[in-house]
Design a protein around this ligand. Structure first.
Ligand SMILES: [Ca+2]
Length: 275
């Protein structure tokens, strides 16, 4: 039997809920049927088959919100069914969410995989122009999620919201300038499948950057729950650091301007301090 070569340069990149594996594919001279990806849980010595792929790329999903280091390795299987030796194993962890590691400062909604606690949920988007004619302007502590924070954040591609840019403004107080950087946690239950677009993020009038949203399933405009078996929604988790230098004592303002693409559907939005 002629063994196909093992892959090289296996590496893992952790994100919230997922771990992405990439590797250098074997030479074109090998007719590959698939790569078999194996995982060992922490402390385990045995590897179990995680999945098969024809690409030099695999995403391990559903890993939760607390980082766990697992070991991965890959076997090349050629067209004749011959298996390579196992690749070198690599240890990699999914990321821990700031909603686990941090201390909440100001939040809208619960980080629970549902949008049902927010205004107009689960399918009242057509009322957005009349309920939010000047978009969402939310003050933490006095505004109410089920009344003042729309479950959908429309973009310029949405005719039902006027085919224009939209802004969400989030106001919260700090009793002191933070000693460490803060983190923004923007979780979505879903987004548009092909044009989720992006938004410009500003803090206290200073532009910080552009947040790009992951492709969803275009179902979150009428369904609020990602947590039941078979839910068609595709949630995503966006967490980004915010420099402590951006903040001040008293009222602070975070603004998102959706100037690209279609809507996103919120799970929760919040600012976290580091412990
Ligand atoms: Ca929620």
């Amino acid at each position: 039997m002629n063994r196909p070569p093992a892959i090289t340069q296996l590496r893992g990149t952790g994100d919230i809920g997922t771990l992405t594996l990439d590797w250098k594919p074997v030479s074109w001279a090998t007719v590959v049927d698939h790569y078999a990806v194996y995982v060992a849980e922490p402390g385990a010595t045995t590897y179990t088959l995680l999945g098969k792929t024809v690409y030099p790329h695999f995403v391990h999903r559903g890993l939760g919100f607390t980082g766990v280091t697992r070991s991965y390795r890959v076997v090349t299987v050629d067209a004749a069914g011959n298996r390579s030796q196992v690749s070198r194993s690599v240890a990699a962890a999914n990321k821990t969410s700031v909603t686990i590691s941090g201390q909440p400062i100001a939040r809208v909604g619960f980080y629970d995989g549902k949008g049902s606690e927010l205004a107009l949920s689960p399918k009242g988007y057509a009322e957005y122009p009349t309920r939010f004619p000047s978009d969402v302007d939310y003050t933490y502590g006095t505004s109410v999620p089920s009344v003042d924070w729309s479950y959908l954040f429309p973009g310029p591609a949405d005719k039902w919201a006027g085919t224009k840019n939209h802004t969400v403004t989030f106001r919260f107080d700090l009793t002191a300038v933070p000693e460490q950087d803060l983190d923004l946690a923007l979780w979505l239950i879903d987004s548009h499948a092909s044009i989720p677009g992006s938004a410009v993020l500003s803090v206290n009038g200073a532009e910080v950057g552009r947040l790009a949203f992951a492709n969803g399933a275009t179902k979150g405009s009428t369904i609020a729950d990602t947590t039941y078996p078979g839910s068609p929604l595709k949630p995503s988790y966006l967490e980004t650091p915010l420099s402590k230098a951006l903040f001040r004592t008293g009222q602070n303002v975070i603004e998102l301007v959706k100037d690209e693409g279609s809507w996103i559907a919120y799970d929760a939005f919040g600012v976290y301090a580091r412990k």
